[in-house]
Design a protein around this ligand. Structure first.
Ligand code: SF4
Length: 454
């Protein structure tokens, strides 16, 4: 009986849920991929930098649809040891893998699997063990298996230091221990696919495995027939005491602020760490005193400004110069993920930034703690759900361009590549989006006051 063609990523998906593999084979059009373009590009960059830890010289197997060409090219490169082969490709009994980095020494091989994450997830062991299974099955001597991942404590200096940027964990012994398990799993997967041909779709209930370790691309497909609202609906709640406490803690001027940021695994700017949230935009609504008209200020970095983080920090500390309440939605983001890092980068602004953090008030709390809840929020405390629940006419769906944070990051990163007119249009959309975020905070404040007057 022919064995199914099983790649290492399919093997890992089968461990999550074998139905993913079946759907990929027979109903691939049902997948909804959420991975963004920048995520993919970032992954590629991490891979390229990781290769360079092993030296600039390597033999690269170029990707092509005919895998046997890649397998044959790998055989050729394996002859000329010692060398480093990237994307070395192997097929053992239809179990197929491409090794990110293969160190081909005189006395054996070293496999390195590159990950863009900042820690070693248990699924990586399965991934690497499958590669070991394939190579050792072909009679090759694998002497070491390592996971190359990002060191999030690294702070970039002028030049990128690859040895500091990456950690390498030696997982050889775990991989060897797992070999028996891999053999059994491969057999199980083959049996599963034999039992479920094209006309016999497997029945597997949805559950925790649908999002762990990865969000499944077939979630919409598998949940399409489930009735919505099958869980008991929570009653509307407005806990006036909690809201009163929050509102009376506010001091004028009221600053309603929101940041937009992006992050990359490879720090491109001196003084920043991998995955640091880099702020490029804020919107600020101000109410100076009781009854004063609403004012608006904003900042959006120039796409070609290498010093945009500094300019953001200067502008933000400048506009928040007075001792008023700084109202945000999800305080840990603005305060810890961004401001604390800015204070480390710019010690001269540290005092101002700390003062801003001390004055921060989080409007998300009453919604998160269900002190204020209406059915229209649909169980969510995201501002994208809360705002239209409180004001049906105010919805992010009415925005013409950017509608959520990830889109804002991508739009900013793409500004550079756009002709002037398109760039201006994109900037307008970014400003509009961020402005709605802080206008939402103002409206929430009005709603709080309204319910307290009732
Ligand atoms: S949504 Fe869940 S049940 Fe459906 S294929 Fe994905 S992991 Fe399996």
């Amino acid at each position: 009986m022919n064995k199914v063609f099983l790649s290492k990523s399919s093997y890992c998906k089968c461990l999550q849920c074998p139905k993913i593999f079946w759907l990929k084979k027979y109903k691939p059009e049902m997948a909804i991929q959420k991975a963004s373009h920048s995520l993919f590009e970032n992954g590629k960059k991490v891979g390229i930098h990781a290769q360079d830890i092993f030296g600039k010289e390597h033999d690269d197997i170029e990707y092509c649809n005919n895998y046997s060409i890649m397998v044959n090219k790998t055989k050729e490169f394996l002859e000329k040891k010692p060398n480093i082969i990237t994307e070395a490709t192997f097929n053992y009994n239809n179990n197929f893998c491409m090794v990110d980095i293969l160190k081909n020494d005189e006395d054996g091989l070293e496999i390195y699997e590159v990950k863009s994450s900042t820690s070693v997830n248990s699924i990586y062991y399965d991934d690497a063990s499958f590669q070991y299974y394939v190579l050792s099955g072909l009679g090759l001597n694998v002497k070491k298996v390592g996971i190359v991942y990002i060191n999030n404590q690294y702070v970039r200096q002028k030049e990128l230091d690859l040895d500091e940027l990456f950690n390498i964990e030696d997982i050889t012994s775990t991989v060897i221990e797992k070999q028996d398990e891999i053999r059994k799993n491969v057999e199980k997967i083959n049996n599963f696919m034999r039992e479920h041909d094209e006309n016999n779709e497997p029945v597997i209930d949805i559950g925790n495995h649908c999002s762990k370790p990865y969000e499944c691309d077939f979630w919409e497909y598998c949940t399409k027939d489930l009735k919505t609202g099958s869980t008991p609906e929570q009653e509307d709640i407005i806990d006036k005491e909690s809201i009163k406490k929050l509102v009376s803690s506010l001091n004028y001027p009221l600053y309603f602020i929101d940041y937009e940021t992006y992050m990359t695994p490879i720090p491109e700017i001196e003084g920043t760490r991998p995955y640091q949230q880099l702020p490029f935009q804020y919107s600020l609504h101000i109410i100076k005193e009781e009854g004063a008209p609403l004012e608006h200020k904003e900042f959006l970095a120039q796409a070609d400004d290498d010093n945009f983080i500094r300019h953001f920090a200067e502008s933000m500390t400048d506009v928040l110069s007075e001792e008023g309440s700084v109202i945000v939605y999800n305080k840990s983001f603005e305060s810890s993920n961004v401001n604390k890092k800015l204070a480390l980068m710019f010690p001269d602004l540290k005092d101002k930034i700390e003062r801003i953090n001390n004055n921060m008030v989080d409007f998300m709390i009453p919604f998160q703690q269900k002190k204020y809840y209406t059915k229209e929020m649909k169980g969510s405390h995201s501002i994208k759900k809360v705002l239209p629940a409180l004001y049906p006419d105010l919805t992010y769906d009415n925005l013409s361009g950017v509608k959520e944070g990830m889109e804002a990051s991508e739009a900013f990163l793409n500004l550079k590549n756009k002709p002037t007119e398109e760039m201006e249009e994109s900037r307008k959309e970014l400003l509009e989006y961020c402005k709605l975020d802080t206008y939402a905070l103002v409206k929430i404040y009005e709603k709080f006051k309204e319910v307290l007057e009732e």
